[in-house]
Unconditional design. Structure first.
Length: 276
């Protein structure tokens, strides 16, 4: 198993102006800045359509990409849904056109609102996501965040003890009558726990670089489980999480004269609902 990850500092969409995003149907307004504001709970809401909508991202110049993600979307609930990613040299998609991947959003996995794909690297300026569904229903597609970039891979999988936890933020308060009441603040939040052992120094360096790029828990990242590139323009749902490292420090120790025990990792996803 290999993991693939892109810290927000290496997300090519980071810092783009709202005008770099062209949605059809729109709206072509300032809310497009929500597509790269590093917050899943602030979504860009497109004009309702019956069967398909598109979102074009202009990177400003040709950039190498091998991983893409659309996060906190509402596509998975639609019948016959798919997300196709294409690239081109021009905004009209007439030259240098190709299909990078077609994602089928999961309807059973816990992360149904996040879709990611990995493919052989392509260097292009324009990237187009097409969200399609069947059934003839008029739907307003919403998207929380877009990621495009080159993923760093970590070839070592998590050991026994790795797993995932689903949480909600719902503190309990005491009422005047002596009872208690839970107040829902946000959720669900996924926490991905990875237990590692017996890394080579090179693998440890990869993990340390990620931690430094993310400045510990400060900068969000896209983390893909079982990251696999494909040369075919078809890719099933990649299990991914967009969140923060719950790692304020980075500690490791030698476990053998050639191997090291790296720190275990906790990646906590961002919340998607506030005040619900």
């Amino acid at each position: 198993m290999a993991y693939g990850f892109i810290p927000e500092t290496r997300n090519l969409v980071r810092g783009l102006a709202a005008s770099a995003f062209t949605a059809s149907p729109g709206p072509a307004d300032a809310t497009r800045s929500r597509l790269n504001d590093k917050r899943l709970d602030r979504t860009y809401l497109m004009v309702p359509a019956v069967s398909a909508v598109t979102l074009i991202v202009d990177l400003g110049s040709a950039q190498q990409v091998n991983t893409a993600a659309v996060l906190n979307h509402n596509v998975a609930a639609l019948p016959g849904c798919s997300i196709q990613l294409m690239y081109a040299d021009d905004a009209g998609f007439t030259t240098g056109v190709g299909i990078a991947a077609t994602m089928t959003p999961s309807t059973t996995y816990a992360r149904t609102k996040d879709s990611a794909c990995a493919f052989n690297a392509v260097t292009k300026r324009y990237w187009r996501f097409t969200f399609a569904w069947s059934g003839g229903s008029s739907v307003a597609i919403s998207i929380g965040e877009v990621v495009l970039g080159v993923a760093t891979t970590l070839s070592r999988g998590g050991q026994d003890g790795s797993g995932e936890t689903e949480q909600v933020r719902a503190p309990t308060v005491e009422l005047a009558n002596g009872g208690t009441r839970g107040i829902f603040l946000a959720g669900p939040v996924l926490q991905n726990s990875l237990v590692f052992s017996d890394f080579t120094p090179s693998q440890l360096a990869t993990l340390r670089t990620l931690w430094r790029d993310c400045k510990g828990p400060a900068v969000p990242l896209l983390w893909c489980d079982d990251w696999v590139q494909t040369s075919a323009p078809s890719e099933s749902q990649q299990q991914c999480i967009y969140g923060h490292l719950e790692m304020p420090d980075f500690a490791w120790r030698w476990s053998d004269w050639q191997l090291v025990k790296p720190p275990d990792m906790i990646i906590r996803s961002q919340g998607r609902e506030v005040g619900a």
